[in-house]
Each structure stands twice: as C-alpha cells, then as structure tokens.
Design a protein around this ligand. Structure first.
Ligand SMILES: Cc1cc2nc3c(=O)[nH]c(=O)nc-3n(C[C@H](O)[C@H](O)[C@H](O)COP(=O)(O)O)c2cc1C
Ligand code: SF4
Ligand code: SF4
Length: 259
C-alpha cells in the first residue's frame, strides 16, 4: 500500500470494532501513515474523499451488517481506482458481507485491497459474559488487527470472495424478508423498566439512527436496527429485550463511542 493518508470510517455498537480500528490505526501510524478516524453515524457518505485511501470497519449483524452501515457504503461517491480496505468484527461467522461489499465498491470504481474478519466477544444478548474468555478473544483479535495492518502496508492483504454463496446470503439477510419484516419493525421488542430509568438520556445520545427521543422517559420509535447500544450501555440496566434479562456486554466506555 502506498503511504498515502487514510480516512478510516467505522461503526461500533459496543466497542469491539472500535478497539480493532484503534489498533490498526496505531500500527499504520507507527509506520508513518497518517490515519483519520470518522464515525459512520456522524458523517455523510458523500463527504468521502476518493483521493485518499479509504478504510471501512463495522460489526457483523445477521450475517451481514446493519442497514444504515450498508446505506453509507452504497451512498459513497464513485472512486477513481481509489484503494479501499475493510475489517469487520464478529462472534463466529459472516456469510453476507465480504463478497457483496466488494461487488458494490468495485462497481463504484474502488480498488479493493484487503478484507479481514476478526473474531471478538459476542455483544448480541449474551446469557453470560465470560470475562476470561472475552479477554482472550480480544487479545487474539487485536493481534490479528496488528497483523492485518502490516499486511496492508506490505501489500500482502487480500479481499477474497465466494461470489455465489455470499450474494445469495446477502439477498437473504439484507432484503426485507429478514431485516425489515421480522426484525426492524419490532422496535417495541426493546422494553423499558421505568422504575430503573434515571432519565439520563444516554440511550438517546448513543442511538446511531436517532431512534430514541427523550420525553418524560425515553421513547423508542420505529427505525431501530438492533445494534444493542442503548441496551448494553444503559447505566441502570433499565432497557431489556422482550422483557427478558441477560448480561450486557460492552468493550469500551460509552463516552469513547460518543467522542
Ligand atoms: C443484532 C446483532 C446481530 C449479530 N449477528 C452476528 C452474526 O450473524 N454473526 C456473528 O458472527 N456475529 C454476530 N453478532 C455479534 C457481533 O458481530 C460481534 O459481537 C461484534 O464484534 C460486535 O462489534 P461492536 O462491539 O463493534 O458492535 C451480532 C450482534 C448483533 C448486535
Ligand atoms: S440510558 Fe437507561 S437510565 Fe438513561 S434514560 Fe436511557 S433508559 Fe433511562
Ligand atoms: S434503539 Fe437502541 S438498539 Fe435500536 S438502533 Fe438505537 S441504539 Fe441501537
């Protein structure tokens, strides 16, 4: 990879992806590459500058990623052979992102120079958070992040794809069948225990799609993408899912996602 400046766009629901992004950025900077981080939820895709190298980072969700993250990728301006790399974090497996994203970016004129998928702790309704196991996963995940940064620098990174399988998965996971008909309209699946809520507004500040409005209590509207941020970061665990209790997972402090 040429030592050109990098704009690294990321979304992180509970901090795993942010940890990985910071690790990659650190390694790149140590090697003389200027990296600027941008939060996907706070910028507009049309501001992406195709004259710089582009990095994209996000968590896997439902074998793919969240619709607002996909929208960002699809709204990016056309590239002019602009080098782009991606990294995602996941608990086990993604079938519908690496190939489909390469297809979208290639059609826009980008040159896809590297894709890396990194296992990190589960942030999706975990029954039990095993701290020792999670620390191990984070340790290995960050090691992989550093290796990937070196692969990018040395031009050894690859962006593999399984064309048929991942496109089929993409249509299954990202079309209205799964995401929109069954999951997204059920924002009401998120439940509030008002007796625990201290009305701090943290949930509303953190929601990447501004789905929560603060009235006398927080109110969930109808564009929830189930990223888990509000649930995981509520300081009093007032927010649940279907009224059920589970252990919350967060890899960083809420403020680090807001900075
Ligand atoms: C709604 C949702 C769906 C998820 N689906 C998958 C999945 O299909 N495959 C997987 O390996 N991990 C899945 N995960 C786990 C996350 O991808 C993983 O924990 C990730 O590292 C979280 O990153 P973050 O902390 O940056 O948000 C899902 C998490 C959420 C919240
Ligand atoms: S973060 Fe929790 S305590 Fe704060 S307003 Fe939201 S639900 Fe209430
Ligand atoms: S309402 Fe909560 S779970 Fe839904 S998108 Fe916003 S922060 Fe994420």
């Amino acid at each position: 990879m040429k030592k050109m400046p990098i704009d690294f766009y990321y979304y992180s629901g509970s901090g795993n992806t942010l940890l990985v992004v910071n690790e990659i950025a650190k390694k790149l900077s140590e090697n003389g590459i200027d990296v600027t981080l941008h939060k996907i939820e706070s910028c507009s895709a049309i501001q992406v500058n195709p004259k710089r190298i582009i990095g994209l980072a996000f968590p896997v969700a439902f074998q793919s990623t969240f619709p607002f993250v996909w929208k960002f990728f699809k709204d990016m301006p056309n590239g002019n052979s602009t080098p782009v790399f991606m990294v995602d974090t996941m608990m086990s497996f993604s079938g519908a992102i690496v190939g489909p994203l390469k297809k979208v970016l290639t059609q826009k004129g980008y040159t896809c120079i590297g894709a890396c998928e990194i296992k990190m702790p589960n942030n999706w309704l975990p029954k039990k958070v095993d701290k020792t196991e999670n620390e191990k996963l984070i340790h290995l995940g960050l090691k992989r992040a550093r290796e990937y940064a070196l692969e990018l620098i040395e031009g050894k990174s690859v962006w593999k794809q399984i064309p048929f399988l991942s496109q089929a998965f993409y249509h299954l996971c990202c079309n209205s069948f799964v995401m929109h008909k069954f999951i997204l309209p059920e924002g009401e699946k998120i439940t509030l225990d008002a007796s625990k809520c201290v009305k701090c507004g943290m949930c509303a500040k953190l929601c990447p799609v501004k789905n929560i409005t603060m009235e006398s209590y927080p109110k969930w509207n109808h564009s929830c993408q189930l990223c888990m941020r509000c649930i995981n970061f509520c300081p009093t665990t007032a927010i649940g899912f279907n009224g059920k209790d589970f252990t919350r997972y967060r890899a960083v402090k809420a403020q680090e996602l807001l900075n």
